[in-house]
Each structure stands twice: as structure tokens, then as C-alpha cells.
Design a protein around this ligand. Structure first.
Ligand code: NDP
Length: 326
């Protein structure tokens, strides 16, 4: 049995509740593997879990994503071998560590051309973009999508994915520099929603019609106004709450604003099935290896700098993806 450093928290709170401790790593049971991490991914969901927006049984190790090498295999695992380079996004949390034992089903072999940092940065955010664009609503070339936080981790992948599919993505972001980044990576237009009325700008950009789909991960601060950006019968995909949870609202609003559709998906439903997860990952790897999508790691941190990493994400000071190096 070997020891690992891992990041645990015992009570919900700010970044200061995160503690680096030593724990033993066990042997994998049936259907499990032990992975020695080289890097793990930072995601906004980690902040919801740490702060108590998404409660976890405590104490708990954080982290939903990592990349490394298989160092032990449990019974019945057939799609992986000892020494394989792998990457994953997976529940339950536990990835902020040097090594862990976990279910093998969502662990994917990492193509040789992709390094561990990229693997750790791309799985959760890239698989999210895959399901948003391919598994949530039928989208085709020429459709228009309003995508909030377009310079963030999910956002920069979405800008490039949309461009590759011929989808017209209008991005929003909190600074002019972030808007410029979204445009550079494929957004057709970018709106600084801190100083511009994004509803009015979307109407202008779509000749008054509204967009086909809104992908809104901001939540409370944007939800109602996002509905005002949709064309009649358009689709609202509410998939996050960086500004706070969307308060309960009157469903009749959907009718009044044009018989709108609304869904509130989560990646973990889409990747629950092993075969589906592996197929989604194969498409993500193809997008990255072909150069259609570049994974932009805006900042990386040592595992012991995890509290600083969380502070920067919450302060909206990051762009692209963020990783912890083990
Ligand atoms: P990001 O890198 O996009 O960081 C969040 C961004 O949200 C910030 O950089 C900021 O960009 C924007 N933001 C707007 N208002 C606030 C606020 N009040 N506080 C903090 N940030 C704010 O994170 P991720 O790429 O990891 O995730 C993006 C979103 O997608 C998150 O909400 C996440 O929970 C969600 N998500 C949902 C999934 C699902 O399956 N449901 C899966 C993966 C992610 P700016 O300054 O430009 O406004």
C-alpha cells in the first residue's frame, strides 16, 4: 500500500477549507483501477462542491478529472492495461491527489499525441461541449447559439467546436480581453456582458430574430435575460450556476416568451454508460488531434497551490482551462 497526497475538506466554505493531507491508496477491487496522476483538472463544479452549493458527504477529496498512468488493475477491467496512459472525467470526486483507486468505466486511453496536462484539462470540459452540441438538441450548420462565459474552460472549447461545425456562436464574457480571446478562437461575435446589454446586442446580431439555442452556465444573474435572447420555440440549456442557482420560476414564462424549450442537463448522466462515455471521448480526442480544437490551458498550479487556484477561478481571473500538476 502506498501513500498519496490528496486535497480534502471537512466543512463547506471558502478556499481556506482545502487541506493537503497524506492518505494510503488501496488496491483496486473488481471493475476498478489505480491511477498515478501526472495532472488533474480544475472545474467550476469543484467550487460548488467545496462551498456547499452541491453538498457532499464530508470529509471528501475534491476533483472530478485527471490524467496519468494505470498502475494496478482490478478484476474484470478489459479496456485498459497496466502502464496505459489515461485520462478521465468521472464522479464521485476524488481526483485532487497523486494517486487514487476508482471505477474504470469512465477512464479512457489517452492518445499518444496528447500530453497529461492536456488530458487533465480537456476531459470534463470537452465532454461537456460534446454533449451540449451533439446530444442535447439537434444543431446544424448555420444555427445560432448564445454561449455565456465564452472565454472560460468550457467556453473556449465551445467556440472552436462551434466553428468546426459551422455553428454561429455569439459569446459573452466579463472583459474586453476575454471577448477578444473568444473571437480569436472562433466565436462569430462577442459581447462584454459587464458593460453591454446582451439581450439588445443579440437581437441586433440576429436581425431581431433571436438565437436558436442559449447555453447558460451563469445561472441566477443571466437566466431570465437569456430567455429573452431566444427565437420562438428556441431551446434554453441551463447547465451551470457560476453566479448562483436559478431561483424557482413560473413555467408559464416559457409559454409567454414563445413556447420555449428548457433543459437542465449534467455531464454525469451522459457519461454514466461506459460505451457511450468511450464513444464521446473518441470524438473529443478526434477533435483535438485533428487540430479543430486546441485545449488552451490559461494557468496551471502545483497541487499545494489548490486554494490559490480556487480563489482565481471564483474571482473570474482565469481564462481557458486550469490544471493542478501532481
Ligand atoms: P469557467 O472557466 O467558465 O469559469 C466560470 C466563468 O463564469 C468565469 O470565468 C466568469 O467568466 C463567469 N462568471 C460569470 N459570473 C460569475 C460569477 N458571479 N462568479 C464567478 N464566475 C462568473 O468554468 P468551467 O469552464 O469549469 O465551467 C463553466 C460553467 O459550466 C460552470 O458554470 C460549470 O459549472 C458549468 N459546467 C456544467 C456542466 C454540466 O454538465 N452541467 C459540466 C461542466 C461545466 P466571465 O468573467 O467572462 O463572466
Amino acid at each position: 500500500m502506498s501513500a498519496t497526497r490528496c486535497v480534502v475538506f471537512e466543512q463547506p466554505g471558502g478556499p481556506e477549507v482545502l487541506q493537503l493531507v497524506q492518505r494510503d491508496v488501496g488496491e483496486p477491487g473488481p471493475g476498478q483501477v489505480r491511477i498515478r496522476h501526472h495532472a488533474c483538472g480544475l472545474n467550476y463544479i469543484d467550487i460548488y462542491q467545496r462551498s456547499g452549493v452541491y453538498p457532499l458527504p464530508l470529509p471528501h477529496v475534491l476533483g472530478m478529472e485527471g490524467a496519468g498512468v494505470i498502475e494496478a488493475l482490478g478484476e474484470g477491467v478489459t479496456h485498459l492495461a497496466l502502464g496505459d496512459r489515461v485520462a478521465y472525467a468521472s464522479a464521485p470526486p476524488g481526483a485532487y491527489c497523486d494517486a487514487r483507486v476508482m471505477a474504470a468505466a469512465q477512464v479512457c486511453r489517452l492518445p499518444d499525441s496528447l500530453d497529461f496536462r492536456t488530458g487533465a484539462a480537456m476531459m470534463l470540459q470537452g465532454l461537456t461541449v460534446q454533449y451540449l452540441f451533439h446530444r442535447t438538441v439537434p444543431l446544424k450548420a448555420g444555427d445560432t447559439v448564445l454561449f455565456h462565459a465564452a472565454a472560460g474552460g468550457v467556453g473556449l472549447i465551445a467556440c472552436q467546436w462551434a466553428k468546426a461545425l459551422g455553428i454561429r456562436l455569439i459569446g459573452t464574457a466579463g472583459t474586453d480581453a476575454k471577448c477578444a480571446l473568444a473571437l480569436e478562437l472562433g466565436a462569430e461575435a462577442a459581447i462584454n456582458y459587464e458593460r453591454e446589454d446582451f439581450v439588445a446586442r443579440v437581437r441586433e446580431l440576429t436581425d431581431g430574430r433571436g438565437v436558436d439555442v442559449v447555453m447558460d452556465s451563469i445561472g441566477a444573474a443571466t437566466f431570465e435575460r437569456s430567455l429573452d435572447c431566444l427565437r420562438p420555440l428556441g431551446m434554453m440549456i441551463s447547465f451551470g450556476n457560476a453566479s448562483g442557482k436559478v431561483p424557482p420560476f413560473d413555467l408559464g414564462v416559457l409559454g409567454a416568451k414563445g413556447s420555449l424549450h428548457l433543459t437542465r442537463p449534467t455531464l454525469f448522466t451522459h457519461i454514466a454508460d461506459h460505451a457511450t462515455c468511450q464513444t464521446m471521448a473518441a470524438q473529443l480526442f478526434e477533435m483535438v488531434e485533428s487540430g479543430k480544437v486546441a485545449i488552451r490551458i490559461g494557468q496551471d498550479f502545483a497541487l499545494e497551490e489548490v486554494a490559490e487556484a480556487h480563489s482565481q477561478m471564483e474571482a473570474r481571473a482565469t481564462t481557458g482551462s486550469s490544471v493542478l500538476i501532481c
